[in-house]
Design a protein around this ligand. Structure first.
Ligand SMILES: Cc1ncc(COP(=O)(O)O)c(C=O)c1O
Length: 336
């Protein structure tokens, strides 16, 4: 099989060797199933030391499942989710949240990928009116779908406003590691400490093997989540193989080193692209995604070589995986 060098998606990369080693190390003898194993116990402890003692993690297989289950846990069917019009839950999950939970999504036009405090102030919340859905959950994607990153102050403002209005806040953290590296902060600082209530903690895009987690960050948010996860077909029988991956990821800081590598490559790619006449990058590169308007003469050739996808408004989206380097960027562009 010919090796593909892809800047198309962080799902095009393989699994980090340390993660495969952790899975192999867990492949020893027998142990109890469905999470009653020592790896799950250790990973749970690591989530608590990372996000705070109240954190309750539940491992699942996909980011879509994590988002859908977080919504299912936090909203009654007549309640609504507030997100941007480009939120992954809104545009790219084939209606999984709506289909599985029944919750309507109220969307606001994203500004550089972000939801703004004005959007939350505009919400009409009518608890006495059964003709209208009741806004209940704000969902923020960090890093955003446009590769930008909410600052800690922005997150705090949005969480405070949401809470004042009786709403909970969910973070779609498919690329939370990239965001934390950009902000130079710990995972707790951009979640628990700013007031996020529930998190979809991404792993797969940053070197894990189909491992994600729903993490409730405050006590009592979803006492029946174990039932919801099973009914939604996301309870792994051989849970140790999901849990084992989070051990080096959190304990050895693999989340940080992988995301740092991906972000560094993305920044370099941006600089190299911007140096080409006619290229315009409309958004700052703050995580591992780069969006560019490319001149016509370059567009199809570069998309083809980079395996990059056409995006909205004639843009091209590049995504840097943890295992790409600045040398790979040089190879990509020099060959052109
Ligand atoms: C922001 C964001 N959230 C969630 C997901 C969902 O992940 P999955 O494809 O594992 O369902 C993705 C995947 O592309 C994503 O980019």
């Amino acid at each position: 099989m010919q090796e593909l060098l892809s800047f198309g998606s962080d799902n095009h990369s393989g699994v980090h060797p340390a993660i495969l080693e952790a899975v192999c190390a867990a492949n020893r003898g027998h142990c109890l199933a469905y999470g009653a194993d020592p790896w799950t116990a250790k990973a749970r402890e690591l989530f608590k030391s990372t996000f705070g003692a109240a954190a309750e993690p539940y491992f699942v297989f996909t980011g879509t499942a994590a988002n859908t289950l977080a919504i299912r846990a936090l909203c009654r069917p007549y309640e609504a989710i507030v997100a941007t019009h480009i939120a992954h839950i809104n545009e790219d999950e084939c209606g999984a949240p709506e289909y599985n939970t029944g919750n309507k999504q109220l969307s606001f036009p994203a500004v550089a990928g972000k939801l703004l405090p004005e959007h939350l102030s505009q919400l009409s919340i009518q608890p006495q009116n059964p003709h209208r859905v009741l806004p209940r959950l704000v969902s923020l994607t960090q890093a955003t779908e446009l590769g930008t990153v909410y600052t800690l102050a922005e997150l705090r403002t949005l969480c405070d406003l949401a809470h004042q209005r009786g709403l909970l806040v969910h973070m779609d953290g498919a690329r939370i590691a990239n965001a934390a590296v950009h902000l130079g902060c710990e995972l707790r600082e951009l979640t628990t400490d700013v007031g996020i209530d529930a998190l979809s903690f991404g792993g797969t895009k940053n070197g894990l093997l189909c491992a994600e987690a729903v993490v409730f960050l405050r006590e009592g948010l979803s006492p029946d989540f174990a039932f919801l996860r099973k009914q939604s077909m996301q309870l792994a029988s051989k849970m140790r193989f999901l849990a084992a991956q989070f051990i080096p990821y959190l304990e050895l800081g693999l989340w940080r080193s992988n995301a740092h590598a991906a972000n560094t490559t993305a920044l370099y790619l941006t600089e190299r692209l911007k140096a080409i006449p006619g290229v315009r990058c409309p958004y700052p590169t703050e995580a591992n995604e780069v969006f560019a308007h490319l001149p016509a003469a370059l567009e199809s050739k570069l998309r083809e070589r980079a395996h990059a996808y056409p995006w909205d408004q004639g843009m091209t989206r590049f995504v840097c995986s943890f295992d790409l380097s600045t040398a790979d960027v040089d190879r990509l562009l020099t060959e052109l």
